[in-house]
Ligand binder design. Structure first.
Ligand SMILES: Nc1ncnc2c1ncn2[C@@H]1O[C@H](COP(=O)(O)OP(=O)(O)O)[C@@H](O)[C@H]1O
Ligand SMILES: [Mg+2]
Length: 283
């Protein structure tokens, strides 16, 4: 198996989003999924999924429960071995690579079920991300704590750095999970429902947090059920249903797709959409 090129041989992220966007058009995809398939027993949880993510994009993955969204992130981050297809990162296959090696290439992730080290402080938990991340992240214990302070600031948790994790509210635990992932200094961040269970104000704060992380030059691939989030920050959305890509494209277009409404959004959403369109006078 060929070794993927080091992400550090490329220009480091950090260019302004506008100039990053200009470069995307001609560049090869940063992440490329080709016919990705993962079976559990006889059932294909992910079934021939193909799409690309360009450097600097924010792409949303949506779809009903059980559609295979989390399984797909597990395939990308190396938790699952593929039963078919290929995943290419910055031009080279990462299929079959161990999760820690994939993390070191610059792919960071959060987990849908958040499992922080409860007896440790918020700052210590964030520092763990730095100790196990990409080469930019790994810089010894002192450096790890400096990076932890930086990411806690970014996610709005710096005032709580010395608190034990057990004292955190649910939204703060989600922030910490993002902080831990960002501390690995990923070039691509995979987020699995980091806004689930949050109220509207908390969702707005979480949106700002994702925007702030993205503005540091990180590509984002996120699973989310909150449509406001998908429409608000994603340039493209990929809809999964029964492990397959049902639709993909601009969020506004995808969310008006009849098949997507039937499979996922449901009739109540369709009614609301029609009412909104009549109010706006747009059709
Ligand atoms: N480790 C596993 N072992 C067996 N079946 C699994 C496993 N993980 C997921 N599945 C099954 O794969 C399908 C997709 O699950 P999942 O990827 O969690 O969906 P989603 O995140 O879209 O809700 C479901 O039918 C689920 O039961
Ligand atoms: Mg899931």
């Amino acid at each position: 198996m060929s070794e993927a090129p080091s992400p550090h041989s490329r220009a480091t992220p950090g260019t302004s989003p506008a100039s990053a966007e200009v470069k995307i058009a001609a560049a090869a995809p940063q992440l490329e999924l080709r016919g990705v398939t993962k079976r559990f027993g006889g059932v294909a949880a992910v079934d021939g999924v193909s799409f690309e993510v360009a450097k600097g994009e924010i792409v949303g993955i949506i779809g009903p429960n059980g559609a295979g969204k989390t399984t797909l992130l597990n395939c990308i981050s190396g938790v699952h071995r593929l039963d078919g297809g290929d995943i290419r990162w910055e031009g080279a296959s990462i299929a079959g690579m161990a999760p820690h090696r994939i993390a070191r290439l610059g792919i960071g992730r959060t987990f849908q079920i958040v499992r922080p080290f409860g007896s440790m402080t918020v700052r210590e938990n964030a520092a763990i991300g730095a100790l196990f991340g990409s080469a930019e992240a790994r810089r010894g214990v002192k450096g790890a704590f400096e990076l932890a302070d930086e990411v806690l600031e970014l996610v709005g948790l710096s005032a709580k750095g010395r608190h034990p994790v057990s004292a955190l509210t649910i939204p703060d635990r989600k922030r910490l999970e993002v902080a831990r992932a960002v501390a690995t200094r990923p070039h691509l961040l995979l987020l699995d429902e980091v806004m689930a269970g949050l109220n509207n104000v908390e969702i707005d704060e979480a949106l700002e947090m994702v925007r702030a992380v993205h503005a540091t030059g990180v590509t984002v691939l996120l699973i989310e059920h909150v449509m406001r989030v998908i429409v608000g920050i994603c340039r493209r959305a990929v809809v999964l249903d029964f492990g397959q890509v049902l639709a993909q494209g601009e969020p506004e277009v995808v969310l008006r797709d009849e098949r997507v409404i039937q499979a996922y959004l449901g009739e109540r959403y369709a009614k609301r959409l029609r009412a909104e369109r009549e109010q706006d006078g747009t059709h």
